[in-house]
Design a protein around this ligand. Structure first.
Ligand code: CO
Length: 134
């Protein structure tokens, strides 16, 4: 297997509406899909014109990983996401190679992309996401 391009870098922020103007008006980034993902307790927005994006993520409930991240470390870089052509087979291959998976099966991510996270213990301390992109 091989990873594709970096699809996005995820930043945790306290408040999307407070941060978006900087990226849109000062840095000139396109504002893309924005949605609440209740299963993860976050709201996220994709910024940029691609092929690589910035994903801003803000907690919408207290008892989530992202809320704990924000409370403990403050806002900042949270994860890096790579594009892969076939997520399910990639996860199988990685698992066979001994990579620790957070998501053993693809799940729905921002904008309807299928995504899965790898445990930072297996990836040099960086939370890594895979995004299926055709
Ligand atoms: Co992401």
């Amino acid at each position: 297997m091989h990873l594709g391009l970096i699809h996005h870098v995820g930043y945790v922020v306290a408040d999307l509406d407070a941060e978006i103007p900087v990226y849109r008006d000062v840095l000139g980034m396109e504002v893309g899909v924005r949605e609440v993902m209740p299963d993860q307790g976050v709201e996220a927005v994709l910024l940029g014109g691609g092929p690589s994006y910035v994903e801003l993520i803000a907690p919408v409930s207290e008892d989530t990983g992202v809320a704990r991240f924000l409370a403990k470390k403050g806002p900042g870089m949270h994860h890096v996401a790579f594009a892969v052509p076939h997520l399910e087979s990639t996860l199988r291959e990685l698992s066979d190679e001994g990579v620790e998976l957070i998501d053993t099966a693809p799940r729905r991510g921002l904008g309807g992309h299928m995504v899965a996270f790898l445990h930072p213990r297996s990836t040099g301390g960086v939370l890594t996401e895979l995004v299926e992109e055709h």
